[in-house]
Design a protein around this ligand. Structure first.
Ligand code: PSU
Ligand code: MN
Length: 311
C-alpha cells in the first residue's frame, strides 16, 4: 500500500485541493499538549474561522482511529481537546505505531508537515516551532521539526521560536538543513511571546504575494520547507526581558523534576502558563490566529499565482 492509503481527507479539503483552491494545514499537538482545556478547543475553532475569513480552507491534521486525518470534524476537534495530555504526541518516529494501534495523537509541526505534504497541502500555520533546546550540547535534544523543515516541501508560518529554546543554535541547524528563514514584515527573527530575539532572519518579505513567489520557485527547485517568521501582534507582545524570568523558572523546575525528551516542551508551556497567571496563553492564542491569517493570505496568493501560470 502507499502512504496515501492511510489518509482520510475531509470533503471540503479534498474539493479545494482538486480545484487548486487555497488550503491551510493546522497542527494538533498545540491542541492536545500546547494549551489547557477548554481554551485549546476554542483556539482550534477560532483559528479555523480565521483561515476561512481570509479565503482559505482550514485543514486541521491529527492521527485518529488508525488514520492520518486531514480536516478533522468538529466532533473530532472536541475529542482531541478533551483528551489533552492523555493523547499521544506524534513525532515522525511514532507514526507507524500510532496507525497500528489506533491511539489518538496530536501531530507536531514535523508530522503535520509530513501529512500535509502527502495530502498536497503547501501552507501550514502553527504557533512556534520546536528547535534546539538550551543545553543541547549535553542532552542532544533537537526537535524533529528542524529535520522535517529540511526535507518536506511545506511552508510553515510561525511566530519564531520560544526562548525556552536556544535560538542561535536553532537558526544554525535550520541553515545546515537548507531551510530559508523569511521574516514577514521584519528583519528580526521573533521569539514567540516577544517580537524580537536579537537574531536576524535570512530575508525580509513584506507581502503575501512576495512570499508566494518565493514558494513557487522553491517548489520548482524540488526543495524542502520554508520557515516564515511572523511576529506576534504588538498589542499582545511581551517585552523581550519580561518573560525571561518565567522561562528561567520553568527551565529550573523541569531540571529539578527530571523532565526529559518529548515531555519537555509541553511541561515548559504548562509551567509558563501557571507562572504568568494565564497571560502567556492569551498571547499564544493571539499569535496563532495572526499566523493563521498570514498563512491564509499566502495560500490565496500562491493559488492565484499558480493558476495564472502557462500550462
Ligand atoms: N510550540 C508551541 N506550542 C506547541 C509546540 C511548540 O508554542 O504546542 C509543539 C509543536 O507541535 C512542536 C512541538 O512541533 O511542540 C515540538 O516538540 P519537541 O520540542 O518535542 O519536538
Ligand atoms: Mn525533543
Amino acid at each position: 500500500m502507499s502512504a496515501k492509503a492511510y489518509l482520510s481527507v475531509s470533503g471540503d479539503v479534498k474539493a479545494a485541493l482538486a480545484a487548486g483552491k487555497p488550503v491551510v494545514a493546522l497542527e494538533s499537538t498545540i491542541i492536545t499538549h500546547g494549551m489547557p482545556y477548554p481554551q485549546n478547543l476554542s483556539m482550534a475553532q477560532e483559528v479555523e474561522a480565521v483561515v476561512r475569513a481570509h479565503g482559505a480552507v482550514p485543514a486541521t491534521i491529527a492521527i485518529m482511529d488508525g488514520r492520518l486525518c486531514v480536516g478533522v470534524s468538529g466532533e473530532d476537534l472536541q475529542r482531541l481537546a478533551e483528551e489533552g495530555h492523555k493523547a499521544a504526541k506524534a513525532s515522525r518516529r511514532d507514526m507507524a505505531a500510532l496507525l497500528a494501534s489506533g491511539v489518538m495523537a496530536g501531530t507536531t509541526v514535523a508530522t503535520t508537515m509530513q501529512i500535509a505534504a502527502l495530502a498536497g497541502i503547501r501552507i501550514f500555520a502553527t504557533g512556534g516551532i520546536g528547535g534546539v533546546h538550551r543545553g543541547a550540547e549535553d542532552s542532544f535534544d533537537i526537535s524533529a521539526d528542524l529535520e522535517e523543515l529540511g526535507r518536506t516541501p511545506v511552508a510553515v508560518v510561525c511566530a519564531g521560536a520560544k526562548s525556552i529554546l536556544d535560538i542561535a543554535k536553532t537558526l544554525e541547524v535550520l541553515e545546515t538543513n537548507g531551510v530559508p528563514v523569511l521574516g514577514f514584515g521584519t528583519e528580526d527573527f521573533p521569539a514567540f511571546w516577544a517580537r524580537t530575539s536579537g537574531f536576524k532572519v535570512d530575508q525580509r518579505l513584506d507581502t503575501a504575494g512576495d512570499v508566494a513567489k518565493l514558494l513557487a520557485i522553491q517548489s520548482d527547485l524540488n526543495m524542502g520547507g520554508v520557515l516564515i517568521a511572523n511576529p506576534i501582534p504588538e498589542s499582545d507582545a511581551w517585552e523581550a526581558g519580561a518573560i525571561e524570568g518565567f522561562i528561567a523558572q520553568a527551565l529550573a523546575d523541569a531540571e529539578a523534576q527530571g523532565i526529559k525528551g518529548k515531555a519537555t516542551t509541553p511541561f515548559l508551556l504548562q509551567r509558563i502558563f501557571e507562572l504568568t497567571g494565564g497571560k502567556s496563553l492569551e498571547s499564544n492564542i493571539a499569535l496563532v490566529k495572526n499566523n493563521a491569517k498570514v498563512a491564509a493570505q499566502i495560500a490565496v496568493a500562491l493559488s492565484s499565482q499558480l493558476a495564472s501560470r502557462p500550462a
